[in-house]
Design a binder for this molecule. Sequence first.
Ligand code: NDP
Length: 330
Amino acid sequence: KVRHWSRPQPFQAEVTENDLKLVEEDISEDLQPGEVLLESVYLTVDPYMRVHGEPMGEHKTMFGEACLKVIRTRNGEFPLGTLALAFSGWRTHYLSKDGKDLRPIPFDLDSLSPSVTLGVLGMPGLTAYFGFRLLEPKAGEVCVVNGAAGAVGSIVGQLAKHKGLTVIGFAGSDEKCQWLTKELKFDYAFNYKKISLDDALKTAAPKGVDVFFDNVGGEFFHQMVTKHMARGGRISICGSISNYNDTEKQKFPQINMDILMNQLTIRGFNILTFAKEFQTAWNEMIPLVKAGELKFKETVFDGFDKMPNAFVGLFKGENTGKAIVKASNY
Ligand code: NDP
């Protein structure tokens, strides 16, 4: 029996666990030549799943990446027990027809958990790397990152520290902020639910912000552009999670003159466009992760049944670092 999480209707307004349904389906264990049957070990929940990633197949299975193990095989390239990555969706088992949709783990894990392939060394970590690089950061500059205790933000801040910038993070709880300053060595971390951006940046960035990595969008972005960017400042638009549950586009007053007067550069990006360069990022990041110089945290939800809880939790700030679901043992 394969179980998968289905999204029968498009999400409406605030996403809840009830938007997702568990579906069961039989699959044959008699494989044809070339076929590989895998079981999901780790699955990822990511904010983008709220707004894009079309559901898969007749059951409208939620789209997403997983790290899976081979449990039956008639394909020499994927022997029993091998781990592989695939965009197989939110399901316990996955049948690959020819292995072409499977990717071997692209680096030696050594003592790292396979879950890093979905976190610090997977899509979110790569997003941090390339989105930060777009900012053309220089030592001595001031960097602001929001969603700072999340999968992407926590890596952005550390990359910025490594490069010699002053790093200011914004996150949604005091515990998260403590983790950012004590463990990840951010220069400042503010709980945006308790302090206004104006008050926080009055002390932390009196001369303005040179580079801003935006995961949140909305009001935060608007305030940064209109009040806090330094002349010649650069902004990476990574995400806009504060708007993902909105049913209507928010309207903000004109910001064009602020962009013009301060000669700002604002760049949106999609991590998939950097696929050819992932190896460059891994060459730099893997040694740092293995040496403990690039730290990461995972909030692991135990059991495939927890996928909706893990997903909905993203919009309530329940995760610190990468939200991961552990569906089986490896
Ligand atoms: P996170 O691990 O950061 O999880 C989401 C976090 O966002 C929550 O923990 C919560 O933390 C914060 N959050 C939720 N709702 C709000 C809100 N209304 N206002 C402010 N903060 C909120 O997710 P990721 O690191 O995986 O993703 C971060 C961003 O990057 C997202 O916007 C995502 O869509 C984007 N992204 C973009 C990619 C690209 O190619 N451009 C690729 C990957 C991700 P808190 O407690 O601080 O509120």
